[in-house]
Design a protein around this ligand. Sequence first.
Ligand SMILES: N[C@@H](CCC(=O)N[C@@H](CS)C(=O)NCC(=O)O)C(=O)O
Length: 220
Amino acid sequence: MTSTTHSPIALHGFPLSNYYNKVKMVLLEKGVAFTEVNTPLPLKDPAMRAHSPMGKVPFIVTSQGSISESQAIVDWLEQAFPEPALLPSDPFEAAKVRELTTYIDWHLEICARQLYGSAFFGAPPLSDANKDRIRKQLEAAIAAFQQLARFSPYIAGDHFTQADISAFVNLPLVALACKTIYGEDLLAAAGIDHRTYTKRIGERASAQKVQADRKASLKA
Ligand SMILES: N[C@@H](CCC(=O)N[C@@H](CS)C(=O)NCC(=O)O)C(=O)O
């Protein structure tokens, strides 16, 4: 199937969003034609809320309709544009990749997100009780992630998959939030050499494009 079958695809969100960058990197890896529509938060416009009922980015608009939630978008892209594959063809191995992605997105990153307000957005400091509570949750999520992640050399084994894309956009953010709040990178403290890993993934053209756009957006 070629990219023209479903074109045009409009990707909504902004380049500082980790989940926007997850979808963007998948589109770039697959060589799918898309346009970027800068869509800041909060999503107030009812027309935008119609595309993303929880008011979150990213979402995409296609000739068939819109899709919100990054993993739903990534799963659609995998089926609509199978090459290059970002999931193993074996159903069990594919499920293991999705399992790992869920641990990264829904256990690790969502937990670290409780730190972002104070760490990045000028919110008041967290109380010691909250910091301790979140740290315990984070340590459990990191241990679970560590149990599943392979880093051999890719996160789910010997092939680059969609789990690498989730890891690439999320691990540095989790590490930075921990460093800012706890003075310690809890991933590194658990023995996860995420820097070497993300440096290697960062050599890919898709990663470089996402990072360059992110940096330009930060500067702006
Ligand atoms: N589970 C969602 C998470 C997306 C998400 O939380 N996006 C953030 C920006 S990075 C957002 O829209 N936040 C606004 C909100 O939660 O209201 C996905 O995978 O797409």
